[in-house]
Ligand binder design. Structure first.
Ligand code: C2E
Ligand code: CA
Ligand code: CA
Ligand code: CA
Length: 281
């Protein structure tokens, strides 16, 4: 038993060491990647649920890693949060998203009424210089603040609800729109929710997927939509993949939708083709 115990200990430490090395390697690679411009954005349109009219785009980051290939955010965002690399990465995402919107708006007038929606991680949001970093990006890119929307997760907002309320109000004063992202996957205090100056609520795609699996799930989606409306927020359903989901969400009075049913996330060149097509209509 003693031998076995020692082996367990050895396996355990090696595993920990591996993880630490992996974390450090990834951290270095990520910092180098930000410097070397290995990260880029794809954009997914979101629309009015009743008219299918274009409302805006969500910017989603991708990493073109020199040896590991194309990596989705699920493979590095959590790590970037843990190591702090998210601060530089997040600023870069905000800058690229605004720069892309401004370039499109110059070329296609239809873009000028749309929103560019950017994901903000918890650590980025709670960071001391966050408001200044937004101001800097707006100035540098010429992005109109009222065309920018920030998506902040329920978990990030609730972490320090008092200071979040204050910070969100300051962002709102700048004219920027605010979404609570991944709603339903975290824990929200109802009393706080009504104090946040949020424009809309995004229902996590896990709920949309389950909506037609059982009546209960459908009722959960209905309850979330009604709650949002009671609190003066509009609702965006993410992950809408088929016409029956669209119809149900229309019946539930959800305002906006995003998902493969409408469009997949697209890199800049595809977005340009998409926007050129819109202008012809
Ligand atoms: P999210 O903010 O909830 O974004 C929606 C995710 O659902 C995206 O995955 C999108 O590609 C995917 N999606 C959209 N429509 C559909 C659909 O109809 N079906 C399915 N199955 N999926 C759909 P993606 O791009 O892999 O991003 C995953 C998560 O990574 C995002 O979830 C967000 O939390 C995070 N993320 C992405 N970009 C950034 C970023 O720039 N900064 C930060 N902090 N987080 C980011
Ligand atoms: Ca989002
Ligand atoms: Ca989500
Ligand atoms: Ca409101």
């Amino acid at each position: 038993a003693k031998e076995q115990g020692r082996d367990c200990f050895k396996v355990f430490t090696n595993k920990m060491l591996d993880q630490a090395v992996m974390l450090m390697t990834m951290e270095q690679e990520m910092r180098r990647g930000v410097q070397g411009d290995e990260f880029f954005l794809v954009f997914q349109p979101f629309v009015h649920l009743h008219t299918s009219e274009l409302v805006g785009f969500e910017a989603l980051v991708r990493w073109r890693h020199p040896t590991r290939g194309l990596m989705p955010p699920g493979a590095f965002i959590a790590l970037a949060e843990e190591t702090g690399a998210i601060i530089d990465l997040g600023s870069m995402v905000l800058h690229k998203a605004c720069a892309a919107w401004v370039a499109w708006a110059e070329q296609w007038p239809a873009v000028r009424n749309t929103l560019m929606s950017v994901n903000i991680s918890g650590r980025q949001f709670s960071q001391f210089g966050f408001l200044d970093s937004i101001r800097t990006v707006l100035e540098k890119t010429g992005m109109p603040p009222e065309r920018l929307k920030l998506e902040i997760t329920e978990t990030a907002i609730m972490e320090d609800a008092e200071s979040s309320a204050e910070k969100l109000s300051r962002i709102k004063e700048m004219g920027i729109a605010l979404s609570i992202d991944d709603f339903g996957t975290g824990y929200s205090s109802m009393s706080y929710l009504q104090r946040f100056p949020l424009d809309n609520l995004k229902i996590d795609l896990s709920f949309i997927r389950l909506m037609h699996v059982s009546q209960e799930n459908m009722e959960i989606v209905r309850a979330i939509i009604n709650l949002a409306h009671t609190l003066g927020m509009e609702v965006v359903a993410e992950g809408v993949e088929d016409a029956s989901q669209r119809r149900t969400l229309q019946e539930l009075n959800c305002e906006y939708a995003q998902g493969y049913f409408y469009a997949r996330p697209m890199p800049d060149d595809e977005m340009r083709a998409f926007l050129a097509g819109l202008d012809q209509e």
